[in-house]
Design a protein around this ligand. Structure first.
Ligand SMILES: [Zn+2]
Length: 284
């Protein structure tokens, strides 16, 4: 196999204090321990060196705004835009907005038009909202107008894991079935369901199969732990719907790609999942 090019990681958080300490606090530390390590702060240059080492050209970097529910500072869209501007050939920025803020739609407009961010990331569990509530439909209309995709966290989360009441986090907000409603009501909206959607894996696969405008990013799980049905959908049924992602710094690109090699995936599907699908979706 020759050297692969054009790899894109579609799910990356800043490895700097803005996310790991200020916005994430103890929740991110708990998550890191579940992944078997403690999080160390890194600079963006160190991060990019790791990506170069792993043979990954580009990555999608997320802002974060859950101020209403977490009372913690955000990773601003301005911050992500600045980092992306410094590395235009490597980093694609995604905005975040807090759906509870009156200014949410306006901030999204500003983030895409002025700050040149390429998409939106939302986390219904941590942000505590039902994504199929029509209250939030103005956000989706704006994404259609701006022609940018939305990544939604789906499946379980380590945020609040092990705490009394899960720290108040309700898992059902990230049931992919809620996004099936959104995908049906906004056929022009590109939706990326982040992570293998356990404990709703089957539902997630059914939606990706049924809705042309819905994708799955494979972040947050080592490919070693992918369920057989997920692998079957990726390799045989709808390979065009799956996107390589790590959830860096929780998982490193080296480790994810190493584990992905152990799966029985044709070189054609490999190319699609590791880069082609993302490049088409994000128009890179
Ligand atoms: Zn993530």
């Amino acid at each position: 196999m020759g050297k692969e090019t054009g790899l894109v990681d579609v799910h990356v958080h800043p490895p700097t204090k803005e996310f790991l300490i200020d916005a994430g606090g103890e929740h991110v530390q708990v998550a890191a321990r579940k992944f078997g390590h403690s999080i160390q702060l890194k600079t963006f240059d160190q991060m990019l060196d790791e990506y170069t080492e792993a043979g990954v050209d580009r990555l999608v970097l997320f802002a974060w705004d859950a101020e209403t529910t977490t009372q913690r500072p955000r990773v601003t869209n301005e911050f992500v835009s600045k980092v992306a501007d410094q590395h235009p050939d490597r980093i694609v920025g995604f905005a975040s907005i807090d759906p509870h803020k009156r200014s949410a739609v306006e901030e999204l407009d500003h983030a895409v038009r002025d700050l040149k961010l390429h998409g939106l990331k939302l986390h219904p569990q941590v942000q505590a909202f039902e994504p199929n509530d029509e209250k939030y439909y103005a956000i989706y209309s704006k994404c259609v107008e701006l022609d940018v995709p939305i990544t939604f966290h789906t499946g379980a989360t380590y945020w609040g894991a092990g705490l009394a009441g899960g720290g108040g986090v309700k898992l059902r907000f990230s049931d992919p079935m809620l996004l099936d409603d959104v995908a049906a009501d906004f056929p022009q909206l590109k939706i990326i369901m982040a992570h293998p959607g356990w404990p709703w894996q089957d539902e997630q696969l059914a939606i990706a199969m049924h809705k042309e405008n819905v994708y799955i990013d494979l972040s947050g799980w080592s490919p070693k732990h992918f369920q057989p049905l997920l692998v079957a959908y990726m390799t045989k049924l709808i390979p065009q719907k799956f996107l390589f992602g790590t959830d860096y710094p929780m998982l490193s690109p080296q480790r994810w790609l190493e584990d992905f090699k152990q799966l029985n995936v044709s070189s054609e599907v490999r190319k699609m999942v590791l880069g082609e699908n993302a490049r088409r979706l994000l128009r890179l």
